[in-house]
Write a protein that binds this ligand. Sequence first.
Ligand SMILES: Cc1ncc(C[n+]2csc(CCOP(=O)(O)OP(=O)(O)O)c2C)c(N)n1
Length: 579
Amino acid sequence: MKKLMLGNEAVARGAYEAGCTVASAYPGTPSTEITETIAKEYNEIYSEWAPNEKVAMEVAIGASFGGARAICAMKHVGLNVAADPLFTVSYTGVNGGLVIMVADDPGMHSSQNEQDSRNYARASKVPMLEPSDSQECKDFVKKAFSISEQFDTPVMVRLSTRIAHSQSIVEINDKEDYKLKEYVKDAGKYVMMPAMAKKRHVAVEKRMADLRGFSDTIAFNRLEMNSSETGVITSGIAYQYVKEAMPDASVLKLGMVYPVPEKLIADFASRVKTLYVVEELEPFFEEQILKMGIKVIGKEKLPVIGELSSKLIAERLMGKAAENSEASKQPVPVRPPVMCPGCPHRGMFYVLKKLKLNVSGDIGCYTLGALAPNESIDTCVCMGASIGVAHGMEKARGAEFGKKTVAILGDSTFIHSGITGLIDIVYNKGNSTVLILDNSITGMTGHQQNPTTGFTIKGEPTKQVDLELLCKAVGIERVSVVDPFDIKEFEKVVKRETAADEPSVIISQRPCALLKNVRYEGVQEINQDKCKKCRMCMKIGCPAIVDKGEHLQIDTALCVGCKLCTKVCGFNAIEKADK
Ligand SMILES: Cc1ncc(C[n+]2csc(CCOP(=O)(O)OP(=O)(O)O)c2C)c(N)n1
């Protein structure tokens, strides 16, 4: 049977067919659907959302030590969080096959940087595969499990946004009957302290030498000989672009991107006149090929920034302007990201802007508060950083601001990596105020459950972390819980807590407007007779309120009836529609 599948869905299918039984992940675009699909479609695999990527990888490592085939998944920046266990599981090796999925985001469609995860494969001495379509996503994941067991190593599989989120045909096969491997205690292999790790490092170097030889033989590294004038070494989505832009070129398609197949590359180089490397982001292949003493053209013609495309490759390498298709000539409407109508974060931003506070932000839907008209976030680094950054700012400049630095972060982000920052503030006598925006869901990545929501990945009820108790337990004595739509009360609490001479937490509690149990009373409209056109309602930045120049209007198709606008209107001009 054949099925149209997203790359991410095909990865999930591959894990299932390989007999994998444990999956742990933390959401992050473009990797999220891997674990969502596993949870939805493959009950044979235990699946979970972990609090962060480090824990997700550790759970998969534990399952592998226990003899199961296990998978974890994350976006590229998540691999930074999980880098600590990654570098050491490279030494311990595995028992059951261990696959680490990492999805890069060239072009930064939904990320704060565009790092190239292939560098992690080299740095941690872990082999990496990279598929070019959904069929390969499935096949490569299955193969990754067997390579993992054959070479006693975790195996990384790298995706990029265009592979993870594109659909193509996949052949469906039966599930392999994988039996749990016996678990044998072996401190020399699984307890990494200096004496044992020194021996394991030797094993890792031996493994890398074996893998280098293997890379020259694996069918995933495929030679497609054509003209001897031009040769291209490429992988992943770039392979698809090359096939479109340079149909006559010979291609060495690398499915195993680390270690690279040196013999195959040398042989290919000797058979073509001009050799190009086409790779997105870093000159990862290029540097290794140059080191082999082979002349190759890569980043002198192609960018290290952003995504490639067949058009760009045709222009830069073939010197010809590619034809634009009719569809691509159509103008695409501009849709800047905005917080949704009814978003609970909006009330908080209205207050923060009014109070002109110094705000250290974080990553979530609320990062949009940096944009007009809210414009009330001053910094954003990485998940959980808001608290440490606020504390550092406070220690550096202290009273100079005249006001405290306020950190804001969501519930999921607080659990992911905010807690340790809060402990730092308490332990080191900080004075910041932390706002935890508890909207009862991980909003930005598309509504995943997390430890504060009370539900598992499968929607089953579970213990719910009590944020108020947690903050008190780490030593925060001033913890307030406020509704961000009660603007007056919210302002009062923020003023009070930022004036206090000790650290504090404000939990801003109101569920995301898109949750299916959230219902508001009815859409609003502007009574044009009462409206003075002062435009105070525009300050909350709701996309449902439209400035028509002559008058202001509420788009009733967008309004959810949260009534936040009625609270900022000084003339009671906003009323329930169709009264
Ligand atoms: C290390 C890392 N992992 C994952 C992500 C993807 N990501 C961006 S924001 C976010 C969570 C947002 O949830 P929350 O903090 O609850 O805020 P909300 O969007 O609900 O307002 C995630 C998982 C990331 N940017 N960095």
